[in-house]
Design a protein around this ligand. Sequence first.
Ligand SMILES: Nc1ncnc2c1ncn2[C@@H]1O[C@H](COP(=O)(O)OP(=O)(O)OP(=O)(O)O)[C@@H](O)[C@H]1O
Ligand SMILES: [Mg+2]
Length: 147
Amino acid sequence: MSEIISRSEEETKSIAAELVTRLPAGSVVALRGDLGAGKTAFASGILTALGAVGPFQSPTFVIMHRYDFALPSPQGIRRIYHIDAYRINASDDLARLGFEEWISDPEGLVLLEWPERVESILPKKIVTVSIETVSETERGISVCDSE
Ligand SMILES: Nc1ncnc2c1ncn2[C@@H]1O[C@H](COP(=O)(O)OP(=O)(O)OP(=O)(O)O)[C@@H](O)[C@H]1O
Ligand SMILES: [Mg+2]
């Protein structure tokens, strides 16, 4: 696992857009990092790459935003489930909203902010993106595949 340094929000979005070219449909991506680290920026890079039109916000209050794409990505992704678990207190709450369905959608891609809030229901196979704030404009980004 190597760390890439991003020096701007745009660069973080480009790194995200590059990652999505390597993600098969059905992937679950956990976006880890403190408040303001750039989890939503990273998610936006993926959403834009697949054809969604921004601006994008963390779905903090609605918990999940679903995006449907008219054309599937080359990897067969037709839907993105962008989840923000920041306000979730118990894993069960996310389970009740349909988490199992979202992560088992073979044509879906799940982007999950604040996975530490729902650790106990995370699938074994998961791609973890960790974003570390180095300075006001610099972020250390590492991507780790569970397998
Ligand atoms: N290199 C960088 N990469 C990403 N964002 C950056 C970078 N440098 C500065 N920023 C700024 O950091 C902020 C990141 O905000 P963002 O909403 O993506 O964070 P977040 O991790 O989703 O926060 P939250 O936990 O509140 O959801 C933005 O204001 C962005 O402009
Ligand atoms: Mg966010």
